[in-house]
Each structure stands twice: as structure tokens, then as C-alpha cells.
Write a protein that binds this ligand. Structure first.
Ligand code: UD1
Ligand code: CA
Length: 463
């Protein structure tokens, strides 16, 4: 039986931020999301988050996570004090409590499982996750007594000799629930920060004759804590790097891996080529042999095989079918679908618009709330006037329609199959299938007008 408690009440002073530290993003996702995901993999009986600094903001941000419990720590008097706030939730509850820090995002579920296994096999009252690192500065040092932990000393309270210890406390623990809360009540704030330190439980247990075991993490980089913006950037970089390496291993060419940003769960098919400065975010999937040129941002979108996205496009919440081509400089807004082999050219904006197979909008257009059939040609400068100041209206363009350049389609309006709209038209009524619609001022040519004007001007000058 295991329960999870995540500490996230601290101010994160060193971040110098008005935002709760654990909401700062590591490679695109709030750092606490990583901790919640890793602990969820243990299928714990309960998961509780200790909130305090900016508690409401943090609670609101975690609203979408079902089943989370919250306890408020106010004021924040240290990590032992934080855990102690959860005492009422665990009165009389048996089992093991895993304590995690909201600011240690790279921890994996495997490491947590290993921690639980070590805790069970040693029968210790507490088991501390540790790591041996080259630069232990800032972390609590683990003072060993053979296999057991004798004490944990915070960096700022450590002696010169203790600072030489390279085994650090990860801030991640397994505790037997029964003795924990009585022990927390005995933790004193007799340290340089006048805070109640959770790691002090180690020395208290030792004095009380209880065993404190340790598990050294197999990959020390997993337990990196984030306290500063520089650590945030360095941790993000590790995550981005791992994702880029996974993409390359799956057969994707990254022309400049360091300048490619990929969210967790994004998939790209083999033989796709991704240029520098590309961000593939959210729930995005891309098929095989896609070409994604420089400076493209794709969010929550599905791209089929053989799709081409030319430089500097933004694509969000949309679908591009096999062989479609978009850009350069196109904006595909949510709810849009570009059909197979369809083409969207430069300076074209789509919003909630479906462009059928083989259709083209090659230059300078705004197509909003439009359903466009197959093999349609949308001329340069076409605009769907979809908004009347109060409501949005649909435009339907049936198969094989030709819309001449610089036309306005005032919605709601329907252009029937195979119809032509003459260039420069303002279409305000439906166009029947097969018809030609011309809706513009009729042209008049005044023969000889220029010469006449010049002659008149010359005559006036002489007078
Ligand atoms: C802590 C450990 C240190 C360990 C390091 C690993 C203590 C005293 N020290 O130090 O031994 O090496 O983590 O990363 O625990 N928090 C609260 N309420 C509080 C104070 C903190 O909820 O009153 C939360 C913070 O939001 C954070 C976590 O506890 O998520 C750790 O606090 P932090 O101040 O970052 O501790 P460190 O100095 O990093
Ligand atoms: Ca920390």
C-alpha cells in the first residue's frame, strides 16, 4: 500500500518569480507534471500535493488532474513542517508514504519502484533516495553509517568535512506512515534557516534506534532539483535532447538537433526531415517523409505522410492530409483540415476551414468557417467575410469551383459545383452550380481621355 505526497508549497525564492516554482516549464510542461506522471505510474492509493505559496494558482493549474488531494501549508516553515500538514489525512492509515519534491522533475517511475523495493527489503522506517554527484553544492549531504544513513546535513549547515561528501539527498523518501508524524513533531528548527527540515528525521530515527536505509539512484541526473532559472534551462535541455535523440533513432533527420523542440508524445515518421528552429508541440503527429522547413511551429496537429510545410508557418489544432503542402508564411488555425495533395500558399490564413483534396489557395487569402470541396482554385486575395460584427457565418464552396482573385465572399453564402466567380467580385448571394458570377462595377473606357486632359491643361497655362 503506498501513498504519495508531493511538496510544492515553497516560494522558490531563487527563481525570482511571481509564479509558483513548480509551474515553471521544463521542456514545455510544468515541472510538477513530470512528478505527477512518475508517481502516477506507481498506482498509489492516494496522491496529495502540499500547496502554500500561490496555493490558489497552483490548485487551479492542477484542476484537470482527477483524484488529487491538497493540503495547505501556511506559512511555509520548511519541508518537515510541510509533511506535517498532511497528518490529519493519514491518522491511523497504515502503509508507506512516498515523499516527492515538486521541483525534481526528471525522476522516473523505475527509480521510485526501486526505492519502494529497497524500503520493503530492508525493513527500514525510512529510505532516502540519494545520488553521488561531482558537484554536490547546495544539496543536503548524506552522512553514512555503513549501509544506513546516520544523518543528512544541509549544505549551509555542513562542516568543511561534510561538504566534501559527494553523496547527496535527492529530497525523495519512502517512510513508514506509523512512526512518521510523531517524529515530525520532534523536528526542531535549530539551523541556519530556522526551518523545520524533513531530512532531520534521519538523525532522529537513528537516535531512536530506527533504521534509515538509502538507495543511490542509478542515474544521478534523474534527481537534479531545480532552484534557479539556469537549472530550469539546463534541465529542459536534457529533456529536449533525449526527445531529439529518440526522434533521430526512429529515422527522422534533424538538420540542427539543438534547434529542434519536441514535446513529449510527439511522433514523426521515418525519413522526415526537420529544419532548424522547428517546434513540434502538444499532441502532434507527423507521418513519414514529411518536410518541415525552418521556423515552423506545429501544435496539437496531425500531419499525414509526404506533407510539406515550408518556412515560417504556424499550424495549430488542425489536420494536414497526405501530400498536402503549406506555406511559406501560412497560418493554419484550429479546426482546419487541408485535404490530400491540397496546397496552401504564402500569406494564407485558414480558420475552421476544410480545404478538399487537390484544392489550392496559393496566395494571400483569409478562409474562415469555410467548407471547400475538391479541386477548387481560390484566387489570390480571396476573403471570406465570415463575421458580421456579432456572429460568424459559413461559406460553402463546392467541388471544382474557380474563385477569381481579389474576391470577397460575404457569408453565409454557397458557391455551387463548378461555378466561376469573376476576379474582384463581392459575392453576397448564392451562386448556382456551373454559373459565372460577376459582382463588381462595370468597366468604362474613355477613348482619348489622356490626350484631351493634357491639351486642356496646356491651354489653361497660356491664358
Ligand atoms: C531539499 C533538501 C535537501 C535536498 C534537496 C534536493 C530540505 C531541508 N532539504 O533542499 O537535503 O538535497 O531538497 O533537491 O528538505 N517546500 C514546501 N514547504 C516548505 C519548504 C519547501 O512545500 O516550507 C517544498 C518546495 O516547494 C520544494 C521542496 O519542498 O518543492 C524542496 O524545498 P527546497 O526549498 O527547494 O529545498 P532544497 O533547498 O532544494
Ligand atoms: Ca529544491
Amino acid at each position: 500500500m503506498c501513498h504519495v505526497l508531493i511538496l510544492a508549497a515553497g516560494k522558490g525564492t531563487r527563481m525570482k518569480s511571481a509564479q509558483p516554482k513548480v509551474l515553471h516549464r521544463v521542456a514545455g510542461a510544468p515541472m510538477i507534471d513530470y512528478v505527477l506522471d512518475a508517481s502516477a505510474a506507481l498506482a498509489p492509493e492516494t496522491t496529495t500535493v502540499v500547496v502554500g505559496h500561490q496555493a490558489d494558482r497552483l490548485r487551479a493549474a492542477l484542476d484537470g488532474r482527477p483524484g488529487l488531494r491538497f493540503v495547505l501549508q501556511e506559512p511555509q516553515l520548511g519541508t518537515a513542517h510541510a509533511v506535517a500538514q498532511a497528518a490529519p489525512l493519514f491518522a491511523g492509515v497504515p502503509g508507506t508514504l512516498i515523499v516527492l519534491s515538486g521541483d525534481v522533475p526528471l525522476l522516473t517511475a523505475d527509480t521510485l519502484r526501486a526505492l519502494l523495493a529497497r524500503h520493503a527489503e530492508t525493513g527500514a522506517a525510512a529510505t532516502v533516495l540519494t545520488a553521488v554527484v561531482d558537484d554536490p553544492s547546495g544539496y543536503g549531504r548524506v552522512v553514512r553509517n555503513g549501509d544506513e544513513v546516520a544523518a543528512i546535513v544541509e549544505h549551509r549547515d555542513a562542516t568543511e568535512a561534510e561538504r566534501g561528501i559527494r553523496e547527496i539527498n535527492a529530497g525523495i523518501y519512502a517512510f513508514d506512515l506509523a512512526p512518521l508524524f510523531p517524529a515530525l513533531a520532534r523536528v526542531a528548527a535549530d539551523n541556519s534557516q530556522r526551518e523545520y527540515y524533513l531530512p532531520d528525521v534521519a538523525a532522529l530515527y537513528r537516535r531512536a534506534g530506527r533504521r534509515v536505509a538509502a538507495l543511490a539512484a542509478a542515474r544521478p541526473e534523474e534527481i537534479l532539483g531545480i532552484n534557479t532559472r539556469a537549472e530550469l534551462a539546463a534541465t529542459s535541455e536534457r529533456v529536449w535532447r533525449a526527445r531529439r535523440e529518440a526522434l533521430m533513432a526512429a529515422g527522422v533527420t534533424l538538420e540542427d538537433p539543438a534547434a529542434t523542440y519536441v514535446d513529449a508524445g510527439v511522433t514523426v515518421g521515418p525519413d522526415s526531415v526537420i529544419a532548424p528552429g522547428v517546434s513540434l508541440l502538444g499532441r502532434t503527429t507527423i507521418g513519414a517523409r514529411a518536410v518541415i522547413q525552418a521556423g515552423v511551429r506545429i501544435v496539437d496537429s496531425q500531419l499525414g505522410d509526404d506533407v510539406t510545410v515550408l518556412d515560417h508557418c504556424v499550424i495549430a489544432g488542425s489536420r494536414l492530409d497526405a501530400g498536402a503542402s503549406v506555406g511559406p508564411f501560412a497560418h493554419i488555425r484550429p479546426g482546419s483540415a487541408v485535404g490530400p495533395a491540397a496546397r496552401v500558399g504564402n500569406f494564407v490564413e485558414l480558420k475552421k476551414t476544410r480545404l478538399g483534396a487537390g484544392s489550392k489557395a496559393s496566395h494571400l487569402a483569409y478562409l474562415g468557417d469555410a467548407t471547400i470541396g475538391e479541386k477548387v482554385n481560390i484566387g489570390a486575395g480571396t476573403i471570406t467575410c465570415n463575421y458580421d460584427g456579432a456572429a460568424k457565418h459559413p461559406t460553402v464552396i463546392e467541388d471544382e469551383v474557380f474563385i477569381g482573385s481579389d474576391s470577397q465572399l460575404v457569408a453565409p453564402v454557397r458557391i455551387g459545383r463548378g461555378a466561376y466567380v469573376a476576379a474582384g467580385s463581392s459575392i453576397t448571394r448564392d451562386v448556382p452550380a456551373g454559373a459565372l458570377a460577376i459582382a463588381r462595377g462595370r468597366q468604362e473606357n474613355k477613348e482619348g481621355w489622356v490626350a484631351m486632359k493634357k491639351a486642356r491643361a496646356a491651354a489653361e497655362k497660356k491664358e
